[in-house]
Write a protein that binds this ligand. Structure first.
Ligand code: SF4
Length: 293
């Protein structure tokens, strides 16, 4: 059995940066209580590791003890402008780990609103990144997931479209085409899908085509990992989404000659290594080789 490991799986630039910032802060700042606003990434193993380094998680600034110095790390998904204002009022120090690609969307949306555009966000309405982007549009942006959702958009207004960074190009394209067909006003389109996502998704398709089973590693609450698993399962029904190596069922590998391995942007390298090690052990009898695509 061959194990084909994708080279783009695992932490993307923005997640790596945010996690490094959190660990660095936990090392350099022993005077304040350090918290992340929401889980720093959708990976329970990394969140636990940070907790062991003294970095807690809060879901709102109201949960902070104001009697002692507090530092809050903003995760790569970003937050709306209100959170910065509240932190300033509460004298909470901010370590801003918002991914620069996400920050760029905040700037675009702020400009669009100032220029009188109706903002349309292609993305998941409840995803924290989308909620934050919406906050920069004074909560007035319309979030669409499928072309039918465009019914909520006032087509007589100038429209500006942005996308959640982890959306697929196909989804953005189908919504944009539908919008262009219906429009009766100016439409500006900003393709804000992140390259890291795009490259990973293309590689996942390639992997799924080459393998008789594919393992997708990452948190079950991670939107980009779930999407990766969905993309793979459309091509390869034998797609298994796992969080850790402990979930691998040897029966999945029976009779397989090639197994692909990929991982979401919030999956640490050590978890990928563990999965590959378990697969290698299970494959030993069939004379496996590991190959990177
Ligand atoms: S997927 Fe892209 S936009 Fe999102 S955190 Fe990673 S690098 Fe930033």
């Amino acid at each position: 059995m061959r194990i084909i490991r994708g080279k783009y799986g695992g932490f993307c630039f923005g997640v790596k940066r945010a996690i490094n910032m959190a660990f660095e802060r936990s090392e350099s700042d022993k005077n304040s209580t350090i918290s992340t606003l929401g889980p720093i990434i959708h990976n329970p193993q990394v969140v636990k590791d940070l907790e062991e380094h003294g970095v807690q998680q809060v879901n709102s600034l109201d949960e902070l003890e104001t009697s002692q110095p507090q530092t809050v790390i903003i995760r790569s998904h970003g937050v709306g402008p209100q959170a910065y204002r509240e932190a300033e009022q509460q004298k909470v120090e901010i370590v801003d780990a918002t991914c620069p690609y996400v920050k760029r969307i905040h700037v675009i949306v702020t400009d669009l609103v100032e220029q009188g555009y109706q903002v349309v966000i292609v993305g998941e309405p409840d995803h924290p990144e989308v909620r934050a982007i919406r906050a920069y549009a004074d909560e007035k942006a319309v979030v669409v997931e499928i072309p039918d959702d465009l019914e909520q958009v006032d087509l007589s207004r100038k429209i500006g479209v942005v996308a959640q960074t982890t959306q697929s190009q196909d989804r953005l394209q189908s919504i944009v085409w539908s919008l262009l067909e219906k429009r009766n006003s100016e439409v500006r389109i900003f393709n804000t899908i992140c390259d890291a996502t795009d490259v990973r998704q293309k590689e996942a398709v390639e992997l799924a085509q080459q393998s008789d089973a594919i393992i997708v590693i990452g948190g079950r609450k991670s939107g980009n990992t779930t999407r990766l698993a969905k993309i793979c399962s459309r091509i390869q029904p034998q797609t298994f989404h796992i969080e850790t190596a402990a979930e691998i069922d040897p029966a999945w590998l029976q009779g397989k000659s090639a197994v692909g391995v990929t991982a979401g942007a919030s999956t640490p390298n050590y978890l990928i290594e563990e999965v590959v090690n378990v697969l290698e052990t299970l494959a030993q009898h069939s004379g496996s080789t590991e190959k990177k695509i």
